[in-house]
Design a binder for this molecule. Structure first.
Ligand code: GLU
Length: 300
């Protein structure tokens, strides 16, 4: 076994569909191609969005596709104490602060400052509570983001940059409703599980700089990153339940794997799942050995 640890980290908002299988397969192939371990983590911190039974269904779908994790899956809803510890460390270091703003307060502050609403309706936090709550009640906790551009390298997308302070602002670690934010949960758990390579869908690429900042603030290592191509729905947006994604057909897992492989540029024959996965692993391996810059290059 190499020191490689990879993971697939689905949110149990519904069963796997063609898009989520691409990320699952890519992370599995990358781990297997490098003699590593492959973990599954159920990311159920956003409880209102979780669907009953979805976690079990996802694990069953993965298994039907021959993608079995090397350890029992971690479940984020059991990990609150670890996230709290991380938050406490950030507070003690002066890197996290309480925020009393509602969404409306943030929108009004931005408008008053003449700052336009950015795309996707994501509000850049204007820093209202950076220096204190102004007599208001603490609602959420935010990371104090330092100014400057963060540069990072994605194994498929290449060199990336983001000015997190300007494009996102001080982001939420613990939400006003008491739930943990994805950013802190993912960073704490990737480190706790010893993950060395994060392979996931390209829709998450622009979260990576936030996660790297958080890793640095907590003194945690930064893994390698590879963001896979997205499967698009009929409306041109990332395939999701909202735009008609059908749950994976458990009746024909090989067909589902072939379709996911196609998105990743994997095209191999195989009469059964085990043979197909073995051939796909060899193709993945050969690709990063022979085409390091074009074929999702070598890790580590
Ligand atoms: N739970 C996230 C999602 O399903 C993925 C997190 C990750 O891979 O970092 O969108």
């Amino acid at each position: 076994m190499s020191g490689y640890v990879g993971r697939f980290a689905p949110s149990p908002t519904g069963p796997l569909h063609a898009g989520s299988l691409v990320a699952a397969l890519a992370s599995w192939l990358d781990a297997r191609a490098q003699g590593g371990r492959w973990l599954v983590r159920i990311e159920d911190v956003d409880t209102p969005r979780c669907a009953p039974g979805a976690a079990e269904r996802i694990l069953q779908q993965l298994q039907r596709c021959g993608l079995s994790p090397d350890e029992a899956p971690w479940v984020q809803s059991t990990r609150g104490a670890a996230y709290q510890q991380a938050l406490d460390r950030l507070i003690a270091a002066g890197r996290a602060y309480p925020c009393g703003c509602t969404r409306r307060d943030i929108a009004q502050a931005l408008q008053a400052a003449g700052r336009p609403r950015p795309r996707h309706g994501e509000l850049v936090y204007p820093g209202t509570c950076r220096d204190g709550l102004h007599g208001r009640r603490a609602r959420a906790w935010r990371l104090r983001v330092e100014a400057g551009v963060l540069a990072w390298e994605d194994r498929r997308l290449g060199a990336q940059r983001q000015d997190v302070a300007a494009e996102v602002g001080d982001f939420v670690l613990r939400r006003a409703d008491g739930l943990w934010a994805y950013q802190i949960a993912v960073v704490v758990d990737d480190a706790a599980q010893g993950v060395t390579q994060v392979v996931r869908g390209a829709d998450l690429a622009d979260n990576t700089p936030r996660q790297i900042l958080l890793q640095r603030a907590l003194g945690l290592p930064t893994p390698g990153y590879l963001h896979t191509p997205l499967v698009l729905g009929a409306n041109g947006e990332k395939l999701s339940k909202q735009n008609g994604a059908q749950p994976l057909d458990l009746g024909d897992p090989l067909a589902a794997l072939c379709a996911a492989g196609h998105v990743l540029g994997i095209d191999v024959p195989g009469d059964d799942i085990a043979a197909w996965l073995a051939a796909a692993t060899r193709q993945w391996q050969a690709r990063w050995r022979t085409r390091p810059q074009a074929g999702y290059p070598a890790p580590l």
